[in-house]
Design a protein around this ligand. Sequence first.
Ligand SMILES: *Cc1c(COP(=O)(O)O)cnc(C)c1O
Length: 491
Amino acid sequence: MRYISTRHGLQGNPAPLSFQDVMLAGLARDGGLYLPESWPQFSKAEIAALRDKPYAEVAFRVMEPFVGDSFGEPTFRRLIGEAYATFDTPDVAPLRPLGRPTRTDAGLHLLELFHGPTLAFKDVALQLLGRLLDHTLQNHGQHATIVGATSGDTGSAAIEAVRDRRTIDIFMLHPRGRVSEVQRRQMTTVLAPNVHNIAVQGTFDDCQDLAKACFNDLAFRDRHALTAVNSINFARVMAQIVYYFWAALKLGAPERPVAFAVPTGNFGNVYAGYAARQMGLPVSHFVVAANANDILPRFFEQGAMTLAGVVPTLSPSMDIQISSNFERLLFDLYGRDGKVLAEAMAAFRRTGTLAVGANALGGVRALFDAGRLDDPGTLQAIADASRRFGETLDPHTAIGYAVAQQHRRDPKVPMIVLATAHPAKFPDAVQKATGVRPPLPSRIDDLMDRTERADRLPNDAEALKALIDERMSAREQKGRTSRAARPKVRT
Ligand SMILES: *Cc1c(COP(=O)(O)O)cnc(C)c1O
């Protein structure tokens, strides 16, 4: 499988890249996002053959065409096995009905994606990506430095995915005092020597600008081999495609179509579902569920993407201004013409608006419904699921649950709601809605007692770069005297 950028053609026609190149690069050099040249195709018989297979086996079969011979089958299987052994259930992503499906109503189902180490769906992709990166770097005798910004869930999932790896150091910026205590502690209590938490005096946008400043300083970028593991990394999309197959198979795929409702921020998760459908999985439609930051519902209603300010909500992982992965869907809407899309994206930067034609809009509307829910609605949805089904939902999942019910097109088609976080990750909202504070799962129930470590920095790119330079040269000094830190080169 070879990969191209959504803006290919903008700077001539660079040669398509391999999976490992794309995984290491994250963002394309022309500013676009990487995609496979074409989607691998699964026939009905190939999909049916995955039924009743363990999660790791479905994962291997679905992802194999994307990685080709990058790792070799035994190694790829081993890395998948290790990634999903960190989940607290052998099913990895359990699917459970909400109430009892009947002959006329196939019902709502919850796909629990929060059984990984940091209790949010981002573990599904990052636990694998951390291992794929580490393996690749080890083989090349290389070291990479991850610099990222987080408003909550990404930071802890990325840290947990690479902690204690000799090939990777991670610098994670969070806005001081603006992430929840559970989210902060999930990052700052990881005391591994390669993990560097930085509490920035500023907002999430400031943190993102600081991270960008590091990438834009090319000498700095090359000196530390900077890499990004945010949701634009194609390897994350790939790992998320798996659970769409997994869930649909449990409800009768490929003979019976299913629908998915996805709590959406950067459009990475629901885009993986779109990819699964492009690969042959029968999906009737997707429900894109947003909070008050509703750039996507507005797009699906009006055919135009228009910037607005971000407002903080009870579902902070969906508080976004622009959905970065949406460019991958736009690529198809623009007839996979990278040059035209690049021009449209540049105009969007200038004007704050991007509109598509009626034909393109009709096409996406056939496949995507979208809706929004504000904070009072979110609390009501949490209370409603608790009362009707005895199910405790986190605020993100609750939005998917409520918007899904407004967009059942055919009651005979099961509607699968993606449960993207464990309720204990957002205890205040859940307590407000239900009166009950959800306990932390036993694997992290001592989180509030663990020691924290973080550096504090002002909102200043030079201070950040100086800290990274200093920290990395200290790490290299240590590396020279300790065998454990030396990169291992395999033959
Ligand atoms: C990241 C996140 C989302 C949004 O997912 P995208 O892929 O950015 O659309 C939704 N819910 C939770 C709990 C998340 O952590």
